[in-house]
Write a protein that binds this ligand. Sequence first.
Ligand code: GLC
Length: 460
Amino acid sequence: MKRRKIILVVLFLTVIHTHSLFSQQPVWSETKEQKTQRMEWWRHDRFGMFIHWGIYAMPARHEWVQLYEKIPAAEYRKYFDRFNPDLYNPEEWAAKAKKAGMKYVVLTTKHHDGFCLWDSKYTDYKVTNTPYGEDLIKPFVEAFRAEGIRVGFYYSLIDWHHPHFAFDRNHPPVPTGSEEREKENAKRDMNIYRQYMKDQLRELLTQFGQIDELFMDFSYPGEGGKGHQDWDSEGLARLARELQPQIIINNRMDLGHTDWGWDFITPEQFMPQEWPTVDGERVPWETCQTFSGSWGYYRDQYTWKSTHQLIVMLIETVSKGGNLLLNVGPTARGVFDDRANERLDGIGQWMRFHDRSIYGCTQAPDEYTAPQNCLMTYNPETHRLYIHVLEWPFKSLHLPGMKDKIEYAQLLNDASEIKFHSRTQTGSHTVETSRENDVILTLPVERPNTDVPVIELFLK
Ligand code: GLC
């Protein structure tokens, strides 16, 4: 009798153990090669547009205004009640993105304030209940796809509107003192919120066709914060992969401990010094950057980057093997403001003649050293090296160690030949000689009339 009991217990434990082994297995597994393949278009395209849009465009002083100014939900409601972007025309946006050379777009479907840009079944806090009264996302995806631009979605994990999102240090207005916060949170059930996110993600990934990037934002684990367990990030990532197997997911769900819950890392508001690594290995990265500091439309912000700075930012990102997602915050009328348009036009002007040094390019192999005041990108397919000359020198550009490596050189903007030599013997006082193994490019004295001139080197 006793032995039977023991056998039963052992059997029971084995079943439990096997079950937990299975449930821990990721539903998503792929080889490194498969992952590289899946991210192929993304690595090639390099340049995308981020769009932060919602009712925070009305206060026009940062998308975090509700938290920064501790605005109670009832008061924030005034924006919801008046949101009416009557000039919204996503075709115009898509045309601007295309002209700027952007190949994909990522739109905020819901930001931290919880406001939804589509007709979600799971909330009333959505555009269809504002004076505008219509879904913004379907026309958006159609317009961008019509221009050949891939579509990605941003979805905020944080939600200041949902009644079951537990108060934490990133919540407006935060109940003061942890005791009070806990009392309030006792009435909130994160299970309900977790389910809400899954339901909404399912809507987003089933109602709008192929979605190529998913930008979940963001985790802040630890004291007074939230991490992957609070969101059930595993569940969200699994759902996304199941519904859209080709999707590329960012790294803000706190799933760094898995090899399947994230595809790329997302430094923002600074330029990494070098190609970022995780556990010593270079990883895919996409930096998202703003024109002026805030993501949502901010009328009175006067820290706008110049077109030149933005072009250099794009080049520098690619020169370190990364992607740039450059953000526009449309106004509450539904248009890009003049400052954004001016920069997008300027970038487009440059891209028209130089996109060959961006698309399909990456960091140059270590054997090539960038000349002074230059940034280098490299296309491994065509085996061409691109020298971006930030400061135009007088006549000679010295390329260290490039002797016998160059077949042909030209300016990219007009495909005009650039002559080069590696003379080391002294000629006369007007003949310049190069250091051993260096190459001297003979540049025109006049700087080409473009923001950042590029020299294309056809390598041997
Ligand atoms: C941060 C901010 C957010 C913005 C995002 C863009 O996470 O909270 O406002 O949307 O960065 O990456």
